[in-house]
Design a protein around this ligand. Structure first.
Ligand code: HAM
Length: 530
């Protein structure tokens, strides 16, 4: 069989969106736009400015901030290399194993090969220059020359500590490259906002800096209703300045105002304080000790978490574990004085703002950067994935990423879930029909129709102009299907008389108008909201 025949017989492949991702289509996208527009408007009134962030960042940024042991970092991230760095990787590997053997002389040729490969990779744009910490390839080369210098000296002339210093430096260079070459599709945006705060020296702006963002995030989770691998968040962060409880309360007030404006139904705000670096470790130890006493009665997940992260046991939804969890010590009873005061003040500030909340001592959140205030908001119609918003305070995260000591608090709304809940409660539909369908017949009428469409669109009406002539009956049927409010009928008679027929499709009534009168009439009858 010739190649051509084989190609012809091959069944065309059907492509489908990857599981966990989806297309958002009209008319639903109109609702997404309305939600996003409302966020822009409400957040602006609270003094927030929009930040647009990259979709991918260095893997290390997420690993360090969200925490290497969390589900997100350990299981759910989409991580990839910049380019084909396989040769560099194999040299890297060989060099690393020689480093662990510690034989100085055998390291030098590998290090030389390594630098050559790095040079090549930089020339080909496979890795970006400078390396993290601003190290340039020239510095790497200079360092190699000094290594060669050492290598050429008789081994017994070298001081042991000099050798160790050199090996230490080589190791540091290796690590720089290791972290540089892996990127991850953002699973969330708080880490990126903190990175941007540091990178742009925002600590020198008036504090606090208030930023919001919206866009897709990526997590490799098991897809189900309200849980996707590409999902969308609308989030906000307040960075710098003080950790005054009024900031916590105002951030929460802002989300609640937003949900209120959208008429989201069944909104429930849960809050908690999970303490600080002082008091939380003591509570975690106490919890671990208590959990050990009941280990046999717990499921395998919780048993494992006693070791890795006992706080996460409190998240368990397993029916059989509920009575056990209910008897565990509660974090609120073990907060240090400062944290207890802060928590009490946050509650007071919420009350002052008329924000209704429920205290939930089991609300610990799944990301490592949180401290003190944590909160979650649920809404109706979402089944098991009913959290539409999660957030909390993360003082110290900016510092952990190499910036100055900085206070921080924020939240992220799951936009997919928000939309789902609005649709379930009937708040979803946004009108999508056309205002005017132009039914034209005849060449002269087409020219008039094109001009009419232009004028109507300029006046803000949505207009459907059929590309080819249709019989009036068919045109009116089409107008109906598209949900048009009016059909503008343009035939030879209308054009020569200068009187256009406008038919109201809801009741079939029709009237004749001159061109300027028609625009006037339509303007007057257009409801404000459409
Ligand atoms: P998070 O709790 O991981 O927090 O996510 C926030 C919200 O994003 C969740 O409540 C949920 O509505 C939505 N979400 C998360 N994963 C998925 C998914 N796979 N499919 C659909 N929706 C999802 C954060 O991301 C933090 N960065 C929030 C934050 C900002 N904390 C402080 N500042």
């Amino acid at each position: 069989m010739s190649e051509g025949t084989a190609k012809k017989e091959e069944k065309p492949r059907k492509f489908q969106a990857i599981r966990g991702t989806r297309d958002l289509l009209p008319p639903e996208t109109a609702l997404w736009n309305r939600v996003e527009q409302t966020a822009h408007e409400i957040f602006m009134t609270f003094g927030f400015g929009e930040i647009r962030l990259p979709i991918f960042e260095q893997t290390e940024l997420f690993a360090r901030s969200i925490g290497a042991e969390t589900d997100v970092v350990s299981k759910e991230m989409y991580t990839f290399g910049e380019q084909d760095l396989s040769r560099l990787n194999s040299i890297h590997h060989a060099l690393s194993s020689r480093l662990s053997e510690g034989s100085y002389l055998s390291i030098i040729p590998w290090f030389e090969a390594f630098v050559r490969e790095v040079e090549f990779a930089i020339k080909e744009d496979h890795i970006l220059q400078p390396l993290p910490n601003g190290v340039t390839i020239e510095e790497l080369r200079k360092f190699l020359a000094s290594c060669m210098d050492y290598a050429n000296r008789p081994i017994n002339e070298l001081e042991e500590n000099e050798k160790e210093r050199q090996i230490g430096l080589i190791r540091a260079y290796l690590q720089l490259l290791e972290t540089e070459k892996l990127f991850t599709l953002r699973p969330e945006a708080t880490a990126s906002v903190c990175r941007a705060y540091i990178e742009h020296g925002m600590q020198s702006l008036p504090q606090p800096v208030k930023l919001y963002y919206m866009g897709p995030m990526f997590r490799r989770e098991r897809p189900q209703k309200g849980r996707y691998r590409q999902f969308y968040q609308i989030g906000a962060e307040v960075l710098g300045g003080s950790d005054a409880p009024a900031i916590d309360a105002e951030v929460i007030e802002m989300v609640m105002t937003f949900f209120d404006r959208l008429e989201l139904q069944g909104v429930q705000l849960d809050i908690n304080s999970i303490g600080c670096r002082e008091c939380r470790p003591k509570y975690v130890e106490l919890l671990r000790a208590e959990l050990f006493k009941v280990k046999d009665k717990l499921g395998p997940d919780s048993q494992r978490r006693i070791e890795t992260n006992p706080l996460r046991v409190l998240d368990s939804k397993l029916e059989s574990e509920q009575p056990i969890i209910a008897k565990l010590p509660r974090v609120a009873d073990h907060l240090c004085e400062d944290c207890a005061k802060h928590y009490a003040a946050v509650k007071h500030q919420l009350e002052m703002r008329g924000v209704l909340y429920r205290e939930n001592w089991r609300l610990v959140r799944g990301l490592d950067y949180y401290m003190r205030t944590t909160f979650e908001i649920t809404a109706q119609g979402l089944g098991s994935q009913n959290a539409v918003c999660g957030g909390g305070r993360y003082d110290g995260l900016v510092e952990l990423l190499g910036g100055p000591p900085t206070k921080g608090i924020g939240f992220a709304i799951g936009e997919d879930r928000l939309i789902l809940s609005l649709q379930e409660s009937g708040k979803g539909p946004v009108q999508q029909g056309r205002d005017v369908y132009i039914a034209w017949m005849g060449e002269r009428a087409q020219a008039t129709a094109v001009r009419a469409a232009k004028d109507l669109r300029k006046a803000g009406f949505s207009v459907e102009l059929p590309p080819v002539e249709q019989k009036f009956g068919k045109a009116l049927g089409q107008a109906d299907k598209l949900g048009a409010k009016y059909a503008l009928i343009l035939g030879d008679n209308e054009v020569s008389e200068g009187l256009w027929t406008l038919k109201k499709l809801a009741d079939g009534s029709q009237a004749k108008f001159t061109e300027p009168d028609l625009l006037d009439h339509l303007r007057k009858s257009k409801p404000v909201s459409s």
